[in-house]
Design a protein around this ligand. Structure first.
Ligand code: SAH
Ligand code: SF4
Length: 392
């Protein structure tokens, strides 16, 4: 059985041709799956009966198994999906006025091992397949449409950020077809500006993404110099800051936006001093010379979401504000990320905590109430470990 969520439309057309069907049938099939959320081939009324029979015999649309679902007081929804063999990944929906953002995972665990990230602490388990990446969107979109009573053509999810668990650019071959399906007018029809890949800095893959499928790019920088970044983001030893920023500048030649988002996680006493703000400003602003070219960017400061094993603390709000002021006064648009879904540990860097003890996934699944478990705000103080994962 082949899982059709694995295919972007081009690959689906090839598969259809192998089945002796014309390529345009693939577009019809693709629309049933990704625009209408249909997984029952018998219901696909504009496909010939003979083709539907073939589909029933050889193909399927596989949804992810929900291990748990939590709804925060601010409406943020976090799904924990069981992807088998004790692995689970998380997907977070963040509703805002006029838009709905879905934060998607690309790997079970992550090999980059950033100091401040719970997914990193968990270690790397495996890459998700294209089907598993797309299924997070498929599941969330059609589940939300049902719940919100949306009409056909109305979308629940308007933006996707690849900021869940994992380093998307270390799962490149599975990522790109998933992005294409998100962008496809016969699929989810999201504009390139509304799909963001966030990376810790896999330089060669930034260049490939630029050529293969340019979408909005966020670079997780977290430090103004190599010595500190080597410690926080170990991948920096392979691709230091100057190379990373050079690849970001090359990316801009093809990017759908005229800036790169720089993410900077604010860690108390580690990377949040006024001097470090000045150093970051100098690095990003540059002076227009070849020696200091700078980067067209916006900075997003993320208050660190603590978890016990990190030994790190969140910068106090005043320190974050002072840091932001230095950048802003220097002419760099800077925002401070509002933490969302805090009460269900769905904020940036908090996701993996839930999954850290992988052996408990099945147990939790059995325990999980059907759907819509609104957690009391007191959950944390009740001693539940606060863990890191992602997205705010
Ligand atoms: N691997 C990619 C995408 C997933 S991480 C990357 O690193 O960019 C998404 C964002 O969450 C990154 O900017 C990351 O730095 C941030 N993050 C990770 N752990 C965090 C934590 N504990 N608190 C706040 N942000 C965190
Ligand atoms: Fe991996 Fe991103 Fe976490 Fe670093 S911050 S360990 S790259 S998921």
């Amino acid at each position: 059985m082949v899982n059709l969520l694995q295919f972007d439309r081009g690959a689906l057309a090839e598969w259809c041709e192998q089945q002796g069907e014309q390529a345009f049938r693939a577009t019809q099939l693709f629309r049933w799956i990704h625009q209408r959320g249909e997984r029952d081939f018998a219901a696909m009324s504009n496909l010939a009966k003979s083709f539907r029979d073939k589909l029933v015999a050889s193909a399927e649309v596989v949804d992810l198994a929900v291990a748990s679902e939590q709804v925060a007081e601010d409406g943020t929804i976090k799904w924990l999906f069981d992807v088998g063999a004790g692995d689970a990944v998380e997907t977070v929906f963040i509703p805002e006025t006029g838009r709905g953002t879905l934060c998607i995972s690309s790997q079970a665990g992550c090999a980059v091992n950033c100091r401040f990230c719970a997914t990193g602490h968990q270690g790397f388990s495996r890459n998700l397949t294209t089907a598993e990446i797309v299924a997070q969107l498929w599941h969330a979109e059609f589940e939300l449409r049902r719940r919100l009573g949306l009409r056909e053509g109305e979308r629940a999810i308007t933006n996707v950020v690849m900021m869940g668990m994992g380093e998307p650019l270390q799962n490149y071959s599975q990522l790109v077809p998933a992005l294409r399906t998100m962008l496809d007018d016969h699929g989810y029809g999201l504009s390139r500006r509304r799909v963001t890949v966030s990376t810790s800095g896999v330089v060669p893959m930034i260049d490939r993404l630029r050529d293969d499928c340019p979408v909005a790019l966020a670079v997780s920088l977290h430090a103004p110099d190599d010595a500190l970044r080597d410690e926080l983001v170990p991948l920096n030893r392979k691709y230091p800051i100057a190379e990373l920023l050079a690849s970001a500048r090359r990316y801009l030649e093809r990017a759908p936006r005229d800036f790169i988002t720089i993410e900077y996680c604010m860690l108390d006493g580690v990377n949040d001093s006024p001097a470090q703000a000045e150093a970051l400003l100098a690095l990003l602003h540059g002076d227009g010379t070849a020696a200091a070219p700078g980067l067209a960017c916006k900075v997003n400061l993320i208050p660190f979401n603590p978890f016990a094993a990190s030994g790190l603390k969140r910068s106090p709000a005043a320190r974050v504000a002072a840091f932001a002021a230095v950048l802003q006064d220097g002419g760099i648009v800077t925002t401070i990320r509002k933490t969302r879904g805090d009460d269900i540990a769905a904020a940036c860097g908090q996701l993996a905590g839930e999954v850290q003890d992988r052996t408990r996934v099945v147990e939790r699944r059995a325990r999980a109430a059907p759907v819509r478990v609104a957690l009391p705000a007191s959950r944390r103080s009740a001693g539940e470990p606060v863990a890191p994962g992602r997205r705010s």
